[in-house]
Design a protein around this ligand. Structure first.
Ligand code: ZN
Length: 306
């Protein structure tokens, strides 16, 4: 969905209400009070009323828009902008594009959408062949804290991120050359580079039947509890088969991506990682990304609809 299509298809708030209403009916509404599924639409209340007990579910209730005073069209337009570009939008840029007076509600809306994106990807585990590496990425540091940091200890101004990729080896039958294609990525902010931290993440996000590749750092010296086959990066001629190609590409792209933002606090870092991974994992979706994020936003917490 680009912005011209959006404006044609959703010229006003009522067209957006109609669209979200239809989407909710398609997905099914469950009464919070009696679990009834039959509802009537109350146009003047913008709510669904349960046919059994009369309980009302507002159009925004249970969605990412719950407790937001922003018009539904603003949310949908934000989703259009966010999904229309591979690059990230800063909240200030989004505010300008939406023509909104205040920064704060735009900032909050954008972060709620990032949380939805993170929740979607949380459900997938990586399998087959997986790569794992750690990276340092820039974060915002208060001037006062910055002056107290020791010189040369750049790592204190950076967030630590674990990066995981699921890759499939591809062999060219003619040349015998091996390359890899990549499916899914995961990125998690980590507090430290200790072995235990890596072990916990690998247990949680990588299938234990996978072949896991890491570098030769001591962090990865014992992963026997987490994974059946562990390969540490091989140098020289075999490098094509067991290298950390995809995590390295992802880390380099992530660093470029984060340059879009002036200030990223440690607290919010995971949200930025989630948006980056969500789009990366759906890089071939094209225009469909809008519909996917709409569905994810309508049922952010408990529905399972892809
Ligand atoms: Zn009910």
């Amino acid at each position: 969905m680009n912005i011209i299509n959006f404006i044609n298809r959703f010229p006003d708030e009522s067209s957006c209400i109609e669209f979200i209403k239809e989407q909710r009916i398609q997905q099914g509404i469950v009464c919070k009070k009696c679990a009834g599924i039959k509802h009537y639409w109350l146009e003047n209340k913008l709510s669904f009323q349960c046919a059994s007990c009369g309980f009302r579910t507002s159009i925004k209730s249970g969605t990412v828009m719950q407790s937001s005073n922003l018009p539904i069209r603003t949310w949908m337009m934000a989703i259009t902008f966010i999904t229309a570009t591979k690059k990230g939008f800063s909240a200030a840029e989004l505010q300008r594009q939406l023509g909104m007076k205040r920064y704060e509600p735009v900032f909050r809306m954008y972060h709620k959408l990032r949380v939805v994106m993170g929740q979607r990807d949380e459900r997938y585990r990586l399998e087959d062949m997986a790569e794992y590496d750690e990276a340092f990425v820039g974060k915002a540091t208060k001037a006062k804290v910055r002056s107290q940091l020791k010189r040369g200890r750049g790592s204190q101004k950076q967030s630590k991120v674990a990066v995981m990729a699921e890759s499939t080896p591809l062999e060219d039958p003619e040349s015998g050359k091996v390359d890899k294609s990549c499916k899914y990525f995961k990125m998690k902010k980590i507090k430290n580079l200790e072995a235990k931290t890596a072990q916990n993440l690998i247990k949680e996000y990588i299938d234990s039947d996978s072949v896991l590749q890491t570098d030769k750092s001591t962090t990865f010296s014992d992963l026997s509890d987490c994974i059946d086959v562990h390969v540490r990066e091989i140098s020289g001629t075999d490098k094509g088969k067991f290298n950390l190609k995809w995590v390295h590409i992802a880390i380099s792209n992530l660093k470029k991506h984060l340059h879009t933002y002036h200030m990223i606090s440690e607290r919010m870092m995971q949200n930025y990682l989630d948006e980056f991974c969500y789009k990366l994992n759906r890089r071939y979706f094209g225009q469909k990304l809008f519909d996917r994020l709409i569905i994810a936003s309508i049922y952010p917490y408990w529905y399972d609809c892809g």
